[in-house]
Design a protein around this ligand. Structure first.
Ligand code: FBP
Length: 549
């Protein structure tokens, strides 16, 4: 299709490239030195599980305890051809296409006549054997581009015997040597279950995961961050910075910005460190201090009143997407609702409410009707409350208005609700995410080529130049714990929450009082691909790496 600049992005609905997209397409992607030379895979010590090791050992008898590995220079691998499948799973995160590009380039450079299949629409594409053959012509146009539109994504959980049967059928039909599951905690749980099942059935198909999620809650020492977090936070921070300038210009609005991140507040914390808002609520702190909706409302209202006293009737307030799920009283309510929804029907007449304990019943009744309805929405296939659909920012505005009314102080309060989520998930990946994802994909292919299974691709030493990054694989079972989901205990990868003793939170806590009354706004501007700031990594990663040094 001829276009002004001659480029068309292929895919489900082809679109024309912008000039910036073209320049990103042409940008070269550096590789860690270890991936440029011959390497061998070295086993580390035996591993355990994050929690409930005895139960996890029983559930993963073929994988439990296997060592994590690292790549070391030297050695050689046969160049025989491999057949590899790729699955993009869960929510979009900038950089996913570069993981696939990395896998593709590894196989192209290190093996002969290998084949890559891209399963369409996430895990369901794998189960139903719906795939595209990933050729150079198909993959190349997506290099350094945002989104998951190359093969699209989905959220299906793989857990029933029928689903495992279908997975084995696909693997046999395509004679797969391996698959790479690119996903978050739930998707990598799928990867681990598949790896265990394939091994138990004596199949040759191996499974490697890649740490994807803008939420930033899939990480540990060996996997310092999940991809997409860096770009998404930079995009949200740009938008928050713009709101700050707007607030200062008009002087009349309080912008309540709810930020994606589901169960963890990493995105909110990172955006606070990038922009210095007046108020930031961190869910993990709310839970630790057993705060109530009332106490959160009071905290916000107190600052609004103090700011009004010094002449500021505007401000910026950041709220994590999953806030409601952190408030212990609401947490208890949600746990009870999950059981009720998993085991029965929520009737229109409200008879189901009798199953709630009295405290949960009271909390439910004080919530605005819209929030009540949102809490009763269907859970996702992994049993999670869909917190992206719960409009906590609007609820807090209403509660603050009521509190100001009660205190009889007319503070000219005008709240503006915002939810920044989907806006940041498909942006052009930052230089960091582009390079990190390419290394993760290249490393994942190297692990499969070396015969490894049940590992998550891990790239470390991220504070250094790309050339000096380390590459390896972390045992997926070592990240596992048991959690109650859909009324049952299930093995899941434990989410990494904001550490209140960690360097990023401590830095924020040391500055937030000053930010609340004095305006110390920072407007970081858009993601840069060239120039002095283009290679800066996010504060969270920088601070966490610094505190490990
Ligand atoms: P993943 O954990 O799959 O990476 O999803 C991240 C996320 O963007 C969350 O922040 C958000 O709560 C959720 O996806 C929204 O889900 P959906 O895309 O199904 O609306």
């Amino acid at each position: 299709m001829p276009t002004a600049n001659g480029y068309v992005k292929p895919g489900r609905s082809p679109s024309v490239y912008s000039e910036v997209e073209i320049s990103r397409l042409k940008a070269s992607i550096p590789l860690p030195s270890i991936l440029k030379s011959s390497f061998s895979v070295v086993d580390g010590p035996k591993t355990s599980a994050t929690g409930n090791p005895d139960e996890i050992a029983k559930l993963f008898p073929n994988l439990f305890g296997q060592p994590s590995v690292s790549l070391k220079a030297g050695g050689s691998l046969p160049t025989k051809s491999l057949k590899i499948g790729v699955i993009l799973s869960g929510g979009q995160a900038p950089g996913g296409h570069n993981v696939i590009s990395g896998i593709f380039d590894y196989l192209h450079n290190r093996t002969k006549n290998s084949t890559i299949y891209g399963f369409k629409g996430g895990p369901i594409g794998f189960l139903k054997c719906k795939y595209v053959h990933l050729s150079h012509e198909f993959v190349y146009p997506y290099r350094n581009q945002g989104g998951f539109d190359m093969i699209c994504s989905g959220r299906d959980k793989i857990e029933t015997p029928q689903q495992f049967h279908e997975a084995r059928e696909t693997a046999k039909m395509l004679d797969l040597d391996g698959i790479v599951v690119i996903g978050g905690d739930d998707s990598n749980t799928n990867a681990c279950l598949l790896a265990e099942n394939f091994r138990a059935k004596g199949m040759k198909t191996r499974v490697i995961g890649c740490p994807k999620t803008i939420d930033g809650d899939l990480k540990c020492k060996e996997v310092p961050t999940s991809f997409g977090f860096d770009t998404a936070c930079k995009i949200y921070s740009e938008m928050i910075g713009n709101l700050m300038v707007d607030a200062r210009s008009t002087g009349k609005y309080y912008h309540f910005v709810r930020l994606m991140g589901r169960a963890a507040s990493h995105i909110t914390l990172e955006c606070a460190l990038q922009t210095h808002p007046n108020i930031t609520i961190i869910g993990e702190e709310v839970a630790a201090q057993k705060q109530t909706l009332k106490s959160i409302t009071n905290y916000i209202t107190n600052i609004i009143c103090k700011r009004a006293d010094v002449g500021y009737n505007y401000g910026i307030i950041l709220i994590p997407e999953g806030l409601i799920d952190f408030v212990p009283e609401v947490q208890q309510l949600i746990a009870e609702l999950n059981e009720i929804i998993a085991h029965g029907v929520v009737d229109q007449q409200g008879a189901w409410k009798k199953k709630l304990r009295s405290q949960s019943h009271d909390v439910f009744e004080i919530l605005p009707k819209a929030i009540q309805e949102q809490l009763l929405l269907e859970r996702d296939p992994h049993g999670n409350v869909q917190v992206s659909k719960i409009e906590t920012e609007k609820m807090l505005i209403q509660m603050v208005e009521a509190e100001l009314e009660k205190r009889k102080c007319n503070k000219n309060f005008k709240g503006q609700p915002h939810f920044f989520g989907y806006e940041g998930r498909c942006g052009l990946p930052s230089n960091f995410d582009s390079n990190y994802c390419y290394a993760l994909g290249y490393g994942a292919a190297a692990l499969l080529h070396s015969g490894k299974t049940g590992l998550i691709s891990s790239v470390g030493n991220l504070g250094a130049r790309v050339e000096d990054w380390t590459v390896g694989g972390m045992a997926l079972t070592s990240l596992m714990d048991l959690e109650r989901r859909q009324g049952k205990f299930k093995p899941v990868i434990k989410k990494a929450m904001v550490e209140l003793q960690g360097a990023p939170f401590k830095k924020f806590a040391s500055m937030r009082d000053e930010w609340s009354l004095k305006n110390r706004y920072i407007n970081p501007g858009p993601v840069q691909f060239f120039g002095p700031t283009s290679d800066l990594i996010n504060h969270t990663l920088r601070l966490e790496l610094g505190s490990q040094a």
